[in-house]
Design a protein. Structure first.
Length: 168
């Protein structure tokens, strides 16, 4: 995410222009587009965000992903997955103890995404709502708990997963 704050041009090129290009190609070829977005497009204050809740990204990464979503929404043969995924193992030595999110590992997400390929619209995808620290310590007991004091980092990015649960 730091890269998106430092290099706005790259962020726009990848997530907005690049996505718009994919939408155009999929439209021309009449093939389905599945777009992986992020929970970072939600405001991050109240948590339990539904797919229909208002969107207000809190950083450039979120804004760039929302820009990509705008072009995907214009193509009806598409699915937007707002995901909270991370790589396995949890690679960071520190994790926020006061920030809640629905993290799940990439391999777990891939299995679920496979079950969603025939769906359209927007679906939230993630794991159990918990602090980043609690998620991380399950696979890395040495991870250190820290506090997010930055006002630009929201404290509750949890998503409502009811729509996903009804499908899978």
């Amino acid at each position: 995410m730091k890269e998106h704050e430092k290099n706005i041009k790259k962020s726009i090129s990848l997530n907005i222009v690049g996505t718009a290009n994919l939408v155009n190609v999929c439209s021309e070829m009449k093939i389905k587009l599945i777009y992986l977005s992020t929970s970072y497009i939600y405001m991050g204050t109240k948590g339990n965000y539904k797919e229909t809740d208002p969107l207000l990204p809190w950083n450039n990464y979120g804004w760039s992903k929302l820009g990509g979503e705008c072009s995907v929404h214009m193509y009806k043969n598409s699915l937007i997955i707002r995901a909270s995924i991370t790589q396995r193992p949890f690679v960071h030595k520190k994790a926020f103890g006061n920030v809640k999110i629905n993290f799940m590992y990439q391999d777990e997400a891939a299995k679920i995404i496979f079950k969603l390929i025939n769906k359209k619209g927007v679906i939230n995808l993630g794991g159990k709502a918990q602090t980043i620290f609690n998620f991380a310590k399950k696979n890395n007991p040495k991870v250190k708990k820290i506090s997010a004091r930055n006002k630009l980092f929201p404290n509750n990015l949890t998503m409502n997963l009811n729509k996903l649960k009804k499908i899978i």
